[in-house]
Ligand binder design. Structure first.
Ligand code: CP
Length: 306
């Protein structure tokens, strides 16, 4: 792919190709580059997992990683994101991973005829998070070996979630059935065509996958945050020990993290037997290796796989 910015651009077959290549990387596959290749990770919004995981993926592929610290960059002098990207291109970067709080920030970049380097969207506002979505799909595929007919509930802060938007679309394309839970006011029109909303007590004993979403206080209005009760949220919408005890024997718990422990999921369940939360993070490295490799292949920078 020239760029990887949205799950909407990927067919079911494309998603499966990414998953299969990520599994090969997990099993130790390496690639050979045709020349030294340079990557940079431009995170204009906070991140622990995605940033570190892209950097690990780049290093495992043998790329040279250029540093970028937005707080000490010329953004402080008013330089735009577009000019920052063009600067990295002029200096010699081949591929970038970018995160920004603005939805679809990437459109101007990929449509700019003067930008030729590869852009992997590492999350745009409440829009898309394709690398997270692919690692979620890889984790589900590793567990069940297929998607057809699986029941997946996405529960929590739907309204502000780029993970929910990315995952509901791709799960549907792959043949899974999507359900939603959490505060019903966050189950807005864009979710309704992908699946029905049910109270969590009707979801837990019927789903193959219970995927919880973080309450994104940074995107919630101050007055709404002021009236938010973590204790009440957990009781009404969260995964309690009692609800976990009613889950199907082979079902799994997922969360993109960071987790608000004792809000979305009870503290002691974050690392329970059913939880795949840290497996998701592990798989993120291999999925991001596959994403970067696809952009390098597009540019003729991969000599061979072995
Ligand atoms: N899941 C995820 O995107 O985490 P970070 O915000 O830490 O990158």
């Amino acid at each position: 792919f020239e760029n990887v910015v949205s799950m909407e651009d990927l067919s079911a077959q494309d998603v499966m190709s990414f998953i299969h290549e990520a599994i090969e990387f997990k099993q130790g596959k390496q690639i050979e580059l045709s020349r030294p290749v340079y990557a940079a990770n431009l995170f204009f919004e906070g991140s622990t997992r995605t940033h570190t995981s892209f950097e690990m993926a780049e290093r495992k592929l043998g790329l040279q990683v250029l540093n970028f610290d937005p707080a000490n960059s010329s953004l402080k002098k008013g330089e735009s994101m577009g000019d920052t990207v063009k600067t990295f291109q002029a200096i010699g970067a081949d591929v970038l991973a970018i995160r920004d709080k603005h939805n679809e920030y990437y459109k101007d970049l990929i449509e700019d005829p003067n930008i030729h380097l590869g852009i992997a969207n590492a999350g745009d506002g409440s829009g898309q998070h394709p690398s997270q979505s692919l690692l979620d799909m890889m984790t589900i595929y590793e567990e069940f070996g297929h998607f057809e007919g699986l029941k997946v509930a996405i529960v929590g802060d739907l309204a502000h979630s780029r993970v929910a938007r990315s995952d509901m679309e791709v799960l549907t394309k792959l043949g899974a059935h999507v359900y939603f839970g959490g505060p019903k006011e966050w189950y807005t029109e864009d979710f309704q065509k992908y699946g029905e909303w049910l109270p969590i007590d009707d979801l837990v004993d019927d789903m193959n996958v219970m995927m919880f979403l973080r309450v994104q206080h940074e995107r919630i209005a101050a007055d709404e945050n002021g009236s938010f009760s973590a204790e009440r949220y957990h009781k009404v919408y969260g995964l309690t020990a009692e609800r976990e005890s009613r889950m199907l024997p082979d079902s799994i718990i997922m969360h993109p993290a960071p987790v608000n422990r004792d809000v979305e999921i009870a503290d002691e369940l974050v690392e329970c037997d059913k939880s795949r939360i840290f497996r998701q993070m592990e798989n993120g490295v291999f999925v991001r290796m596959a994403i970067m490799t696809s952009m390098l292949r597009y540019r003729g920078l991969v000599k061979e796989s072995y």
